[in-house]
Design a protein around this ligand. Structure first.
Ligand code: AMP
Ligand code: MG
Length: 348
């Protein structure tokens, strides 16, 4: 009993986690029932992860820290094409046409969801563009190409189609289809990880939390009885452009041209590629999407970046996105009608 009390009363978060914000205790009846707010911050997937837990016990916070940290480490290896792990091995097997390829169930689900969204997005979303990402040097921005890629090389990497929708499956096994692609889940993985994080928290009995992966977040429950109020980043200024209340179960994702880019001959080329042309998108600065389906939210923000203002209405309709905001490269806005009603502007 004593050891349990000691364990639950102390902050036993692993060193890479910061536990701050013992904001208040709802009950002091026993250590195990004391519930308070915890802030868990760490670095993973190349970005800041920030997890706010509201009204949880120290034991729940500790378990959440352990489970989430290990899940993030796992997907950081196994879902990233340019690090040894499952996705890299799958891509190698595809390149050598070594079929069939067994895929672990969750990763198979994410790849098949990407394929569905490729169809839904009329090809603007494409999770098979890894060869193109490599050509533009966008997989390793510390080592940009010295000159623009040769247009013939660009064309060669998209010729005939490279979407994951062209893979054939038997259960969780890739059995055929067009295998000239390099699967890159960068446009959808954050959504899947947000979904998995919320699932882990629910299983630990956590009912109220915000999971934030570098600004993309899912709200679970509420913030001490109030809805979470979230700021939307401006693509040009550090301060938020607008804010909105986000309900439990909703995810907010922003894709932006400022997030990742290479500079070639003094010009910036950002990480979102148009699957039709093979060139980085230039017409759009950022897109924010709010939806209850985290994977769809993530993929939709990438899709709308590719479609731009011109295809905004058609793509939000096709993907059933009620809440979206697009800022084009001249600073002009496009919003869905429902998004207009939801936003509180913080800047002119
Ligand atoms: P996001 O920040 O969610 O918009 O995702 C951008 C990432 O998705 C890029 O870094 C690439 O890994 C990948 N990506 C780039 N272009 C596309 C595209 N047209 N469709 C799907 N994924 C893409
Ligand atoms: Mg995305």
């Amino acid at each position: 009993m004593i050891s349990i009390l000691q364990a639950c009363c102390s902050t036993r978060l692993s060193p890479s986690w910061v536990s701050v914000g013992i904001v208040f205790a709802l009950s002091a009846a026993s250590c195990g029932e004391t519930r308070r707010d915890h802030q868990l911050d760490f670095y993973a997937l190349g970005t800041e992860i920030s997890i706010s837990l509201f009204g949880v016990s120290d034991v729940q916070a500790t378990r959440a820290a352990d489970s989430l940290q290990s899940m993030f480490a796992d997907v950081g290896h196994n879902w990233y094409p340019w690090r040894p792990g499952e996705l890299q091995a799958i891509n190698e097997s595809l390149a050598e046409v070594r079929l069939p390829i067994d895929v672990s169930p969750r990763l198979a689900t994410v790849i098949r969801r990407a394929a569905e969204i490729e169809i839904l997005s009329i090809g603007r979303f494409n999770a098979g563009l890894g060869h193109l990402t490599e050509l533009w040097g966008l997989h390793d921005v510390t080592n940009p190409p010295s000159a623009l890629p040769d247009p013939a090389e660009i064309e060669a990497r998209i010729r005939g189609g490279v979407g994951t929708e062209l893979l054939d499956w038997d259960g969780d096994r890739i059995v055929g289809g067009r295998t000239f692609l390099l699967i890159d889940l960068g446009g959808i993985a954050k959504g899947a990880i947000l979904e998995d994080s919320v699932q882990i928290l629910r299983e630990l009995g956590v009912n109220h939390a915000i999971v934030n992966i570098g600004g993309d977040l899912t709200v679970l429950g509420n913030v001490n009885g109030r809805p979470a109020n979230i700021g939307i980043r401006s693509p040009v200024a550090e301060k938020p452009l607008a804010s909105l209340d986000v309900a439990g179960g909703e995810t907010v994702v922003t894709s932006g041209n400022y997030e990742r880019y290479v500079e070639i001959d003094g010009q910036r080329y950002n990480h979102i590629l148009d699957p039709q042309s093979g060139y980085p998108v230039e017409h759009t600065a950022s897109v924010t999407v709010v939806h209850e389906d985290a994977m769809l939210t993530d993929a939709a923000s990438t899709t709308l970046m590719v479609g731009g203002a011109k295809e905004f209405d058609a793509l939000t309709d096709a993907m059933d996105i009620e809440f979206a905001l697009l800022i084009d490269s001249s600073g002009d806005l496009r919003l869905t009608e429902s998004m207009v009603e939801r936003l509180h502007w913080l800047q002119d």
